[in-house]
Structures are given as C-alpha cells and as structure tokens.
Design a protein around this ligand. Structure first.
Ligand SMILES: Cc1ncc(COP(=O)(O)O)c(C=O)c1O
Length: 188
C-alpha cells in the first residue's frame, strides 16, 4: 500500500497528538531503516535515544524469539529470572544497588518524583509536605503523565485543566454516587 494511503488510515484512526513525520517506516537493519516505498534512511534518531541498539541485531532477535517461545507477560507479582539477571547487570555496570523496571520514560520520571519526595519526608524527620518541591529546568520535557507535565517547560503542559485529577473519593461500587458527582444525576 502506498505511503499516502497508510497515512490517511492513521489519520482516521489514531489520535493526532504527535507531530508525526509523513514517512511510514516498514523495516530496519542495523543503522538503516526503509519506508514502505522501499526508500532507505540512516536512522540517526534511535527511538529518540532511548533504544539505540540499531535494528534486528541477530543476537537480540534470537533472545526475543527464545523468550517468546517460553514465557510472556507475568506481571510484577511474581519473580522472573531474566529480570533479576538484568537487574544484576545494571547494578554491576552502574555501581548502584537496585533497578526499577517500568514501561516508559514517563513512568520512570513519575517514579523518580515519588522517590525524591519520599526521600524528602525521610530527610525532614518523617514530616509530610516539608521537602517536596521538584526543581525543573527551563526548556525541559519529562513525558506526558501529570507529574511529568507539571515539570515540563511548555506552558501547554501546565494548563489548569492539565493538572492532576481533582479529588473526589467515592466507593468504587457506587455508580449512582459517581453519576451524582459528575453532574449526571439520574443518568442510567
Ligand atoms: C526527556 C524525556 N523524558 C521523558 C520522555 C517520555 O518517555 P516515554 O515516551 O517513553 O514515556 C521523553 C520522550 O520523548 C523524553 O524525551
């Protein structure tokens, strides 16, 4: 299918929240990627520097296939040996004790904010709300979760309607209470 046609399908069914380039990347090998019309590009982006391993390295492909044949997602309520192997490697390489694994940069930043605040409570002798401020840099970007957005420089991320959820704690089973609070009293 021609790139324009694929892009039209994307526009119809993907939320248009990124400034996506009009190129459909179809495959990659090492430092090169190819679009769906067969044009080749040098990949200088590397997943915005977060996954700069190149494409389809045979050893990585082999490991992924072996894992796919063995076990898929098992949640974090169980231990899994490959995860521990990686944590040990990271600890040895970084000189730090433990790793926290999550799914995205945004989650990593949220975790950092929470850990920094817990550290603040500890530093102030267990007192809540004394050391809680996060220092942010001008022009910084920290992902699209509420914590990360509030620490991001762009004013569009810090609009009032984009601050963390207003709190209304209701019993989770109470559909009628939720309808009442959201102003839809009597809604089915
Ligand atoms: C500096 C920085 N922090 C956080 C993020 C968010 O990462 P993710 O898209 O994996 O949630 C990004 C993504 O572009 C980033 O560039």
């Amino acid at each position: 299918m021609a790139q324009e046609a694929i892009i039209e399908r994307a526009k119809a069914h993907l939320l248009q929240n990124y400034r996506t380039q009009p190129v459909v990347i179809d495959r990659g090998l090492g430092t090169r990627v190819w679009d769906s019309d067969g044009k080749s590009y040098l990949d200088l982006l590397g997943g915005i520097a977060t996954c700069a391993m190149g494409h389809c390295h045979p050893e990585v492909v082999k490991a992924l296939k072996a894992q796919a044949d063995k076990l898929w997602h098992i949640s974090n309520v169980f231990y899994s040996q490959p995860q521990i192997d990686l944590a040990e490697l990271l600890a040895a390489a970084s000189g730090l004790e433990r790793a926290f694994f999550c799914n995205s940069g945004a989650e990593a930043n949220e975790a950092l904010i929470k850990l920094a605040r817990l550290h603040g409570v500890e530093k102030s002798g267990g007192e809540e709300g004394k050391c809680y401020k996060i220092i942010c840099a001008k022009n910084a970007f920290h992902g699209r979760m509420f914590g990360g957005m509030s620490a991001t420089w762009q004013s569009s991320c810090r609009r009032k309607s984009m601050t963390a959820c207003a709190r209304s704690m209701l019993p989770s089973s109470s559909a009628s209470a939720i309808a009442w609070r959201s102003g839809r009293r009597g809604a089915g």
